[in-house]
Ligand binder design. Structure first.
Ligand SMILES: [Zn+2]
Length: 242
């Protein structure tokens, strides 16, 4: 007896995300999912209950306001991570304090292609859009989570037509596209654990306060760790949530 595999089982993020070989937890989830898929096509023995007849335990379903996802389908590190010295890939510093201390990167840079769609990391409202001649477009999305306001920051993108400051976006909705920066083309993503203010825009901050800027990390948090901690639960057999 064969059960048709639901689309949701094939398209779970655990098997869609590529290039993240360092994520043991997600690899484990993918393996468990594979086992689940195999189990679906193994004939059930006499007296075995169909999966649908097994009562599911109560779900610990998170509030949708607290669920986030990666804004790109792949998450492949570019030159700079969270807290890296703010330098071009060739090592040239972008900004330093008068003391010579190179500023530190508030987000993570990821490999991306020109024109690639960028989706909202969570449900929220577009809180700002800036265009910079060097860095192209920057977008801030404000998220009201149960733990407080969080702002996600997207740089080197162009806001899509139809999206303006004040517009609501849903998690997974494409609202921008990767801008062309030639051989420097990449995607920058940051997470600011606080409400909108001038420093929410910063792609880097000084290692110790200088020039009117607060010291890194200020209210920025590791964006990859934040997303990993807020991913949608992966449904396995019998309502098990991971
Ligand atoms: Zn960056």
């Amino acid at each position: 007896m064969r059960f048709p595999l639901p689309d949701s089982a094939r398209l779970t993020p655990a098997v869609r995300i590529q290039g993240d070989t360092g994520w043991v937890g997600r690899s484990t989830a993918a393996l468990l999912l594979s086992a689940f898929q195999l189990a679906l096509v193994v004939p059930t023995g006499p007296g075995a209950l169909p999966a649908a007849a097994v009562p599911a335990p109560p779900e610990a379903k998170p509030n949708s306001a607290d669920v986030f996802q990666y804004p790109l389908p792949t998450w492949q590190p570019h030159c700079l991570g969270f807290g890296s010295e703010w330098r071009y890939c060739n090592g040239t510093p972008l900004r330093a304090c008068a003391s010579g201390q190179v500023w530190l990167h508030t987000g993570t840079d990821e490999v991306a292609a020109v024109g690639q769609p960028v989706v909202a990391a969570g449900d929220g409202v577009i809180a700002g859009y800036l265009v910079d001649p060097t860095f192209r477009g920057g977008v801030l999305i404000r998220h009201q989570t149960t733990a407080g306001v969080v702002i996600t920051q997207y740089w080197h993108v162009w806001l899509r037509s139809g999206f303006t400051v004040g517009a609501s976006v849903k998690r997974g909705q494409a609202f921008a596209d990767i801008a062309d920066m030639g051989d420097k083309t990449h995607f920058h993503f940051a997470v600011f654990n606080g409400d909108l203010e001038s420093h929410t825009w910063n792609g880097a901050l000084p290692p110790s306060a200088c020039s009117g800027f607060p010291a890194f990390p200020y209210k920025f948090v590791d964006p990859t760790a934040f997303i990993e901690a807020h991913l949608p639960p992966v449904r396995l057999a019998h309502g098990t949530l991971f």
